[in-house]
Design a protein around this ligand. Structure first.
Ligand code: FO1
Length: 333
């Protein structure tokens, strides 16, 4: 079975570990968000690609969900000693090696997709990891400072330095309009047997991937069922500060509102947590098949169970589509 997953950072990567357990024989292609990318110290850092690569490759700092385990920060300290910032973004010594190799290969003319493939040759994540685009896209957030002045900050500055403490007025994937999907992305979507939206941030992760021209249309017209898992449980994001960026795009932080935000044009099925069982009817009214199942990724077993629920829902969608086709066919004949 060919499964395509549009993934952001921590939530997406953790879900993928469960999906690999639930579908060990599946060919999984991950279309990774690159809107979080940031250029620091002359290096290109790709947080969401690295989080998927490290998490599935066994190198992740488990409690953080980003960066390497067994890290040291000597280079960071030495940079600070030179007064070279920023200090608010914690790059460890082991992590620096990834960014040096990536930047060296980009400088030699390799596209980000080829660089990612080369890095994955070491980490062997057990999925094909494609950046959403080889072109530079960086998410910026428009904020209002306390003296009422509007300014745009890089997503990482908003997320890490400001801890999303100020309201986001707008979220803009800078460069998306001029970007193209990376090689293999549209083909993977077209050939998929199943497309999944994991519990990643619907605005700055899945939303950014869908903002690359051609990707939203490809998912909407794909033959495969599209099934998503809510990142919002009980009207609050499971992790991170998704509610802050959802507000920026005028979406309430509820499981049903996120489903409606993606829309029935994209989603065929939507999993909400059992605490949100009361909202299943609303989502189904919106034309999206919905089930309430446990969605907290407390460990690998619970995450694998969630992934299995998504596979089951996809089969229900496929069966319903098949019935619809045959009945239409019957009527048409
Ligand atoms: N997140 C933080 O909250 N603080 C950090 O200092 C930090 C450093 C960092 C370095 C490399 C990397 O790949 C990710 C890093 N992150 C950090 C997480 C990052 O902001 C998020 O993983 C994504 O951008 C959002 O999904």
């Amino acid at each position: 079975m060919r499964i395509v997953v549009l993934a952001g950072g921590i939530g997406g990567a953790r879900f993928l570990r469960g999906l690999k357990r639930a579908a060990p024989d599946a060919e999984i292609t991950v279309i990774g968000n690159t809107g979080d990318d940031i250029h620091l110290f002359g290096l290109k850092v790709c947080p969401d690609l690295d989080t998927v690569m490290y998490t599935l490759g066994g190198g992740i700092n488990e409690e953080q969900g980003w960066g390497r385990e067994d890290e040291s920060f000597t280079v960071k300290e030495e940079l600070a000693a030179y007064g070279v910032g920023p200090e608010w973004f914690g790059l460890g010594d082991r992590d620096f090696a990834t960014h040096i190799v990536r930047t060296q290969m980009l400088g030699a003319g390799y596209p980000l997709s080829a660089v990612t493939e080369a890095l994955c040759a070491r980490w062997r994540p057990g999925v094909r990891l494609l950046p959403m685009s080889d072109d530079r896209i960086e998410t910026h957030v428009a904020i209002e400072t306390d003296d009422g002045e509007q300014r745009a900050v890089h997503f990482q500055e908003y997320w890490v330095k400001l801890r999303a403490a100020v309201d986001a007025k707008a979220v803009v994937p800078v460069g998306a309009e001029q970007a193209k999907p990376a090689p293999g992305v549209l083909e993977a979507i077209a050939e998929a047997d199943l497309i999944l939206f994991p519990p990643s941030n619907p605005v700055v992760s899945v939303g950014t991937i869908l903002a690359v021209p051609g990707i939203r249309e490809a998912v909407a017209s794909a033959a495969a069922p599209v099934v998503g898992l809510s990142p919002i449980v009980g009207d609050a994001p499971v992790r991170g500060m998704a509610d802050k960026v959802l507000a920026a795009v005028g979406v309430e932080a509820t499981a049903a509102a996120v489903a409606a935000h993606y829309g029935a044009g994209l989603l065929d099925g939507w999993l909400v947590d059992t605490v949100d069982a009361g909202t299943v009817a609303d989502v189904e009214t919106a034309g999206i098949r919905c089930r309430a199942v446990p969605l907290m990724m407390t460990d690998l077993d619970t995450t694998a169970a969630m992934a299995r629920e998504a596979l089951t829902l996809a089969e229900e969608v496929r069966a319903a589509d098949t019935d619809a086709d045959t009945s239409e066919g019957g009527a048409g004949a």
